[in-house]
Design a protein around this ligand. Structure first.
Ligand SMILES: Cc1cc2nc3c(=O)[nH]c(=O)nc-3n(C[C@H](O)[C@H](O)[C@H](O)COP(=O)(O)OP(=O)(O)OC[C@H]3O[C@@H](n4cnc5c(N)ncnc54)[C@H](O)[C@@H]3O)c2cc1C
Length: 391
């Protein structure tokens, strides 16, 4: 009977990065992922790295470490994950005062530039000038999410970590049960994205992990060229996250629409010329909710046609995933208070709920691995899931 030091559930960005860092720190690691094709939030993400987005000493330090960690990882993982600088254009709706919208960005550590319509369209000719009153411009960074995960998983294997295709169905004090077997481990980390909430709930562990249902169109490779990453300056998704997470009690209902669907017109093109176009977000407590993806695709294309008309009709298909977040936009990292067969489950950890995971996960995965190796980290302890006082 093999007993691992760490068993990690989920091979999206959070699980892949955490498994890699734990194995690099010298722990024996088993990573369990239920989906062969990993059609998860990481898979459908834009992969943008908002290293400018610190708003407090904690997040400013982490964002700065985050971008530096990518430079290290490029050499350390020795695989190309298409890390690059990119212009981020946050479009301001034509009926909105650009200066008022710009002022909403005053609290960020790195300040953006406000562009008028001409300057915005010069930077991104795909934008319809009639649809905007200006745009906010940040120097942004970008990776290919699938290639980044692949690079982390190769690094995990190189350090002796193991990966297994199976579904975790429950926790015991000694490890996890899965569809196929039982695995034994001294510690477990839940990196299961939006499903993490119900997975822990089934084990009698409550958390403040919330999630949105997200839908995005992935196109075939296109002859068109989108130079920048485009998103709206006022993000419906972030408004939805901040409003819906405050309604803690409703998240305990089984089948409840916390917030109706809304669409943020955004797009990114990858090196293989495929576009991801989105995104529709809604908050509903049922992670297995059946969605009409044909209808979502029509709705997304209608909205995209207003701002980025040339790409709105590029052939593609609509996909669904769950995106985890927390009530205060900070990740949930640390042991979860729980009760399994009468014993507090101090060896079950959460590493999830990141609002901007691409900037924070690489550095926090490394910090976490060092902290559980015995180097107390005051930054990690500030992110404990127990900061909300859940039982
Ligand atoms: C359209 C879109 C654009 C985005 N753009 C950005 C962006 O530009 N920048 C940014 O920082 N973030 C962005 N995000 C958010 C980001 O993609 C996600 O927050 C992040 O990828 C989540 O990673 P994760 O590892 O927590 O979850 P996931 O990627 O969802 O991975 C969780 C994994 O756990 C597995 N799993 C679940 N339950 C079990 C189980 N019981 N047993 C075994 N395995 C299990 C799942 O199969 C899945 O593979 C975007 C999201 C979307 C949808």
């Amino acid at each position: 009977m093999k007993v691992y030091d760490w068993l990690v559930v989920g091979a999206g960005l959070t699980g892949a990065a955490l498994s890699y860092e734990l194995s690099k720190a010298g722990f024996s690691v088993l990573l369990i992922e239920e989906n062969q094709d990993s059609a998860n939030a990481t898979r459908f993400s834009y992969g943008g790295i908002p290293y400018w987005s610190g708003t407090s000493p904690l997040t400013t330090q982490l964002a700065s470490e985050g971008i530096n960690r990518y430079h290290e990882l490029s050499a350390e993982l020795d695989q190309d994950f298409e890390f690059r600088n990119i212009d981020l254009l946050l479009t301001i709706a034509s009926n909105t005062n650009p200066h008022t919208t710009r002022s909403q960005y005053n609290h960020f550590a790195i300040q953006p530039q406000l562009l008028d319509v001409n300057a915005a369209c010069e930077l991104e000719p795909m934008i319809n000038p009639e649809a905007i009153s200006g745009a906010i411009h940040f120097n942004h960074a970008h990776v290919n999410p699938q290639l980044l995960v692949k690079a982390y998983l190769s690094g995990l294997s190189a350090h002796g970590g193991e990966i297994c295709l199976d579904q975790v169905t429950g926790f015991t004090r000694e490890g996890v049960s899965t569809l196929k077997s039982n695995y034994f481990s001294k510690n477990m980390a839940v990196c299961a994205g939006g499903i993490g909430r119900s997975l822990l709930q089934n084990a009698g562990i409550s958390t403040r992990l919330c999630f949105t249902h997200a839908e995005v169109i992935e196109t075939i490779p296109s002859e068109l060229t989108l130079r920048s990453l485009v998103m709206p300056a006022v993000s419906e998704r972030f408004i939805l996250e901040s409003q819906s997470s405050n309604l803690d009690e409703v998240w305990n209902y089984d089948n409840y629409e916390v917030s109706p669907p809304s669409i943020d017109v955004g797009a990114i093109q990858f090196k293989n010329r495929q576009l991801r176009i989105g995104q529709l977000s809604m908050a509903h407590t049922n992670p297995h909710l059946e969605r009409d993806l044909k209808q979502s695709e029509i709705s997304i294309r209608e909205q995209v046609n207003k701002v980025l008309p040339a790409i709105a009709s590029v052939r593609g298909s609509c996909h669904h995933c769950l995106v985890a977040f927390s009530p205060d936009s900070l990740p949930l990292i640390g042991t979860v208070a729980g009760n399994i067969a009468g014993n507090i489950a101090e060896n079950i950890y959460l590493f999830s709920g990141f609002t901007s995971p691409f900037v924070y996960v690489p550095t926090l995965a490394k910090r976490f691995a060092l902290s559980v190796g015995g180097n107390f980290d005051p930054l990690i302890s500030q992110l404990s899931p127990q900061r909300f006082g859940n039982s």
